[in-house]
Design a protein around this ligand. Structure first.
Ligand SMILES: Cc1cc2nc3c(=O)[nH]c(=O)nc-3n(C[C@H](O)[C@H](O)[C@H](O)COP(=O)(O)O)c2cc1C
Length: 334
């Protein structure tokens, strides 16, 4: 199956079937925020501005990379990016492999005409990095005006995907090389199965600037690939992975750079619980795709504005004036 048909199936399955984790949760429900009935600040004192790899975000929020490489992706990316531009938050495109194979598909990723100012992340899979020269990767970023490269690390998905390439030998070395030589900052993201302490420790030896944990509890990529696969193989791994809350705490211990909490972030409360555990910002994927399908850029903007407002209120309710001040203002449920 071509990359384009596969991308189409991913979007269609994500929008029409239940692809959430079934029994594994994010574990964020185990984090209790330390409510302050007397926060000694005003709601307006809460400042959400966050620095992210050279740009200022108006809120510590990003829409994770999802689509590109097919005609339908053009409108999806533009609608989402337009909403991000009006809210001043970060945005990522889906894997740019398709446009490296066929440069005529560049326009399906390009959003700079509707989103000239925001942080935009390019995206490539770690197993494909070795197929491309540094110049090709630079080209992928430059041609869409990206501010950084997100490398997705996705062993669970590649093992279940019928056309997957579960060949991860040498990937860490490649991440190290690209992170040191690329002109733009590089960060690493999972796709919904989490990053462990051990992996974060290895990544900390490279020059990556952030880890976007994309933990378990939200969208399950083993589920999506199992549904595409239509065979019995794969269902066993539907709930496989490291819950988001655990992944944030593990990465925080091993890595000094920026930690993005993601995978099943569905409210401002989830976001603030992640800040309590040490995350610097959060990212959301599938609900944003659903909002775009429902009502274009306006619906995406409404959905994301609600999340941003919830983050502000939740920080106020724990007496924190910023995401940084949230650290430690919570406890784990026994
Ligand atoms: C339709 C769809 C396509 C995706 N494509 C990509 C991709 O190309 N590259 C990538 O790094 N992640 C991709 N993802 C994964 C998301 O960025 C995110 O890691 C995952 O969906 C978990 O977040 P969520 O629980 O908020 O959905 C995709 C997700 C969806 C729903």
């Amino acid at each position: 199956m071509s990359i384009r048909d596969r991308k189409r199936e991913h979007i269609e399955i994500s929008l029409t079937q239940n692809v959430n984790f079934r029994s594994t949760t994010t574990w964020l429900e185990k984090v209790l925020l330390e409510y302050s009935a007397l926060p000694e600040i005003d709601l307006d004192d809460v400042c959400l501005e966050t620095d992210f790899l050279g740009k200022k975000l108006k809120a510590p929020l990003m829409v994770s990379g999802m689509v590109g490489g097919i005609e339908e992706a053009k409108q999806i990316n533009r609608d989402i990016a337009k909403a991000c531009e009006s809210l001043g938050i970060a945005f990522g495109v889906g894997s740019q492999r398709a446009m490296l194979e066929n440069p005529q598909l560049k326009h399906t990723y390009f959003v700079r005409d509707v989103a000239p100012n925001i942080f935009v992340a390019g995206n490539l899979g770690v197993t494909q990095l070795k197929d491309y020269s540094l110049e090709q990767i630079e080209y992928a970023l430059e041609s869409i005006g990206a501010d950084a490269l997100a490398i997705h690390i996705n062993a669970a998905q590649e093992s279940i995907q019928p056309e997957g390439t579960p060949r991860f030998k040498g990937c860490l070395k490649k991440i190290d090389e690209v992170s040191k030589k690329l002109s733009k900052p590089v960060y690493v993201k999972e796709v919904g199965h989490g990053v462990s302490f051990r992996v974060a420790q290895e990544l900390a030896k490279t020059n990556i600037k952030a880890i976007d944990v994309q933990g378990a509890g939200g969208t399950s990529w083993t589920a999506i690939e199992f549904i595409r696969n239509k065979s019995a193989f794969g269902e066993t791994f539907w709930d496989f992975g490291i819950p988001t809350a655990s992944s944030v705490a593990e990465c925080r211990k091993a890595f000094k750079g920026i930690i993005i909490a993601s995978g099943g972030i569905r409210s401002g409360l989830d976001a603030v619980k992640s800040f309590v555990l040490g995350a610097n910002m959060v990212a959301i994927a599938k609900p944003v795709l659903e909002a775009q399908a429902k009502g274009g850029h306006k619906e995406v903007e409404n959905y994301l504005s609600k999340i941003i407002h919830e983050i502000k209120v939740a920080l106020f309710l724990i007496g924190a004036k910023s995401p940084k001040e949230a650290v430690g203002r919570g406890r784990l449920q026994p």
